[in-house]
Design a protein around this ligand. Structure first.
Ligand SMILES: Cc1cc2nc3c(=O)[nH]c(=O)nc-3n(C[C@H](O)[C@H](O)[C@H](O)COP(=O)(O)OP(=O)(O)OC[C@H]3O[C@@H](n4cnc5c(N)ncnc54)[C@H](O)[C@@H]3O)c2cc1C
Length: 374
């Protein structure tokens, strides 16, 4: 456990380790709906589920530092059920009122509805998705190319460029589009390397009331980015937990017997590779916890969050790759834990901002806005 964590967070991490042993690991081989429900029920009873939910909805929101430590701990179990521990948070729907609150936010927090996020546009799009205000309605057209979980979702929060009917630009808005809305078409369903399911969707003149805009036109990108900052910390904490699991796993393997008669941990060349795994993880973990504390202090940590996301996820990619190399060909046999991880971690360098685009943001943040510390 990283040093200097407050006592209450240390205690929560110890509880999380017990949860790994008593719930996540015994159920890990079976991802049935029944087991997912068991995880959710056990998590509610242990108080983890509520830590990502707002107080006014019965939640008990934790600090970024605590969530980072807990997410890392659950991910370090390497149980695929770890992602069901925390309850759904409000995401881009935070602080909405009226129809959005009653029909979307509240059912999401209760677990009765599932929302998804539409940001990425296809390269072939003639123009980014747009909506025209006509009286008290928005008429939405366009496409989104990579919507995770879109086939089972009840609605998508989509980033839309809003304009008046004379073509005057009003700015971007997050707009809630219901899967039942006339004109919302799922064009294609597909699965990515990590095994997750997605859809490409098209908006054909969908008419929605203006009450489905989250905030006002112009607030879309800031809202999306505010939420993306939280999700980047989430992804980084998960990636860090996976690094810890891989190092622990490969350590045991390297110290075991090898057919050449000398355990691999005795070989200098192997030690160099292993040391790289440890030193990168140490730096990544230090940066992760430092940034979680910055976020909790309320400072603008957009640049630091981006740096951590790039560094931790790239470190994870290198560590899994090195672990496969040191383990040998058996690591690539279908179903081996390293084979599963090798496929799973590749997407981390794309989701919530591709690595090189985040690098550009980091440079822009400094050169153009004077943001970001070292
Ligand atoms: C598993 C998975 C789940 C996803 N889920 C969602 C989701 O739920 N909702 C959603 O909206 N999207 C989702 N995405 C899409 C993801 O957000 C995008 O893949 C990511 O933002 C990169 O965009 P892109 O794929 O269009 O690549 P591009 O933007 O086309 O970039 C491709 C590459 O080109 C280079 N590049 C691009 N622009 C520049 C530049 N200006 N300067 C220098 N280099 C550049 C970079 O190397 C970049 O990696 C998901 C992706 C994956 C893999």
């Amino acid at each position: 456990m990283p040093e200097n964590l407050p006592k209450d967070i240390q205690y929560a991490v110890e509880q999380a380790l017990d949860f790994n042993e008593s719930v996540l690991l015994p159920l890990a081989s079976d991802l049935s709906l029944e087991n997912r429900r068991r995880v959710v029920d056990a998590s509610k009873a242990a108080g983890f589920f509520q830590k990502t939910q707002p107080e006014e909805y019965g939640g008990n929101p934790a600090s970024t530092l605590e969530l980072t430590a807990l997410r890392e701990t659950f991910a370090a179990s390497n149980s695929p059920l770890a992602r069901f521990v925390f309850g759904p948070g409000p995401g881009v729907l935070h602080s909405v009122e009226g129809e959005l609150r009653e029909n979307y936010l509240e059912p999401v927090l209760r677990g009765d509805k599932r929302g998804t996020f539409g940001f990425t546009e296809p390269d072939s799009a003639e123009r980014p998705s747009w909506g025209v205000v006509i009286n008290d309605e928005l008429v939405v057209n366009g496409q989104k190319s990579y919507v995770t979980g879109g086939a089972d979702a009840d609605f998508v929060s989509a980033l839309i460029n809003v304009e008046k009917d004379d073509g005057a630009k009003l700015g971007t808005a997050m707009v809630v589009l219901d899967m039942a809305d006339e004109g919302l078409e799922i064009e294609r369903e597909f699965t990515s390397l990590d095994g997750s399911d997605h859809v490409a969707m098209r908006f054909n003149s969908i008419r929605v009331p203006l009450t489905r805009l989250v905030g006002r036109p112009g607030e879309g990108m800031p809202r999306a980015l505010a939420n993306i900052g939280n999700v980047r910390m989430l992804v980084s904490a998960q990636a860090m937990g996976m690094c810890l699991w891989v190092i622990d796993f490969i350590e045991g393997y390297l110290q075991g017997p090898h057919r050449n008669g000398v355990s691999l941990s005795e070989r200098e060349g192997v030690r160099l590779r292993y040391a790289d795994m440890r030193l990168k993880s140490y730096v990544a973990r230090s940066a992760l916890y430092r940034t979680a504390r910055l976020v909790d202090r309320g400072v603008n940590a957009v640049n630091e969050t981006a740096m951590v996301k790039v560094f931790v996820t790239e470190t994870l990619g290198e560590i899994v790759d090195t672990a496969v190399q040191l383990y040998g060909g058996q690591a690539l046999v279908t179903g081996h834990p390293l084979e599963l991880l090798y496929r799973e971690v590749r997407s981390f360098r794309f989701v919530e901002g591709a690595s090189d685009l985040l690098r550009l943001n980091i440079a822009k943040g400094r050169f153009e806005l004077g943001k970001g510390g070292l």
